[in-house]
Design a protein around this ligand. Structure first.
Ligand code: FAD
Length: 388
């Protein structure tokens, strides 16, 4: 980030997930991060983390800027060279190829990514306090404070709520959130595959949900099956080898036989709209500020853009402004609105369209996919969004 224009302020971040830590690394002010969970273990296990994320070009550029990308082990990051999206009639499909010299996206493990970001945040001077049991927070025009159960009080000019989808900060600040539970649960697991995946990500819009196969390093893939709730229960209860057969068949055996390579995890899915993310002295970032369906793999990418944008806004303040000034935070809020609204709208509509069982809707969505595929400008637009 650029040289400081004015005196350093003090910022307290509640929540040390990937987004809170990335903001701490990017922010030029003095930052304390209060994380409720335990400290990160000294090293990550050899096995692949069950949480993997599709990271966009914009995210990669931001993580490079804060010296975090360089700390992620390159052999654990899988570039996505190509993406194929299928309708449910066996014929409709969309294909995206990466532009020359650059992948469409990257797939990285959650634990290694967060470790790299945390190391950068510490190196850049952030204080990170794990096991922080929050007693309460307060924000007002002149500043903010967070109080912990052990009696510690952290005073700051600005409080940043990065405490995830169930944000307590959001609740305590009185910021309204409109949540809609999707009738789907994401079933996540990794598999070894018989045929090389060649860096291709695949997604099937099926009558019973949306299935994504993401390439991992080597001969492995990670799947996210956003399955109607009854099906999610059924899939999660299957013997691993039987689940592998179900996943193989649902994907038309595109990579031959699959062998289970991880536990099976489940995540309930929600749309969370937060019309206002700022009050004088406090602001929300990441999942605390917006929940989106994972079908576009964009939640943490949006969160990193929040983190980068907020750090930039603070950095560009005039010598007369303090980090918690409402005008400054409103500027940030406005700058993020369109991006978040667009992502929530597109993912919510797609989920709805592909959630309808009627045959007519099936015909319409398959025709829609074919039409987009045959329309170069529409495809370019979608691909540009996927790669931002
Ligand atoms: C199945 C699935 C697949 C996904 N795939 C993708 C993908 O491919 N690409 C993508 O971009 N996004 C993806 N997402 C979205 C992504 O997981 C989230 O957007 C991202 O994890 C949000 O990060 P965060 O740091 O905002 O919140 P979190 O990761 O929830 O972190 C919040 C942190 O705050 C801490 N905390 C909570 N409460 C308190 C408290 N009171 N005091 C102190 N600390 C507290 C927590 O311990 C945690 O460390 C996916 C989501 C799902 C469910």
């Amino acid at each position: 980030m650029s040289a400081r224009p004015t005196a350093r302020g003090r910022v307290v971040v509640v929540g040390g997930g990937a987004v809170g830590l990335a903001f701490a690394a990017a922010c030029a002010d003095e930052v304390t991060v209060l994380e409720g969970g335990p400290p990160r273990p000294a090293a990550d296990p050899d096995g692949l983390d069950i949480r993997v994320f599709a990271l966009s070009e914009g995210t990669r550029a931001f993580l490079r800027e804060i010296d975090a990308w360089q700390r992620m082990p390159p052999d654990r990051i899988a570039p996505v060279a190509r993406m194929e999206v299928f309708g449910d009639d066996g014929a409709s499909r969309l294909e995206f190829a990466a532009p020359p010299g650059r992948p469409l996206a990257w797939i990285a493990e959650g634990n290694r990514m967060a470790r790299a970001i945390e190391a950068s945040a510490r190196e850049r001077g952030a204080m990170i306090r794990a096991n922080s049991a929050l007693r309460g927070i307060a924000a007002r025009p002149g500043g903010a404070r967070a109080e912990l159960e052990d009696g510690t009080v952290v005073e700051a000019d600005l409080l940043v709520g990065a405490d995830g989808a169930d944000s307590r900060v959001r609740r305590e600040l009185g910021l309204a959130a409109h949540a809609k539970r999707y009738p789907e649960t994401a079933v996540v697991a990794h598999f070894r595959c018989e045929k090389p995946h060649a860096g291709t990500a695949r997604q099937w819009f099926r009558p019973d949900g949306i299935l994504a196969w993401l390439p991992l390093p080597g001969d492995r893939i990670s799947i996210v099956w956003s399955a109607r709730d009854g099906l999610a229960d059924e899939l999660a209860a299957l013997e691993p080898a039987i689940l592998a057969e179900r996943v193989r068949d649902a994907g038309g055996a595109a990579l031959g036989d699959l062998a289970p390579d991880s536990e099976v995890a489940r995540f309930p899915l929600r749309l969370v709209r937060v019309p206002r993310i700022a009050v004088p002295g406090a602001v929300l970032v990441g999942d605390a500020a917006h929940g989106v369906h994972p079908l576009a793999g964009q939640g943490v990418n949006l969160g990193f853009q929040d983190a980068a944008g907020l750090a930039r806004t603070l950095d560009s303040r005039s010598p007369l402004e303090r980090p918690g000034d409402f005008g400054l935070l409103r500027r940030h809020e406005r700058s993020r609105r369109a991006d978040v609204d667009a992502m929530q709208f597109v993912t919510d509509r797609l989920e709805w369209l592909f959630g309808i069982d009627a045959r007519l809707a099936g015909l319409a969505r398959n025709a829609g996919l074919r039409a987009v595929d045959a329309t170069p400008w529409a495809k370019r637009l979608l691909a540009a969004h996927a790669m931002r």
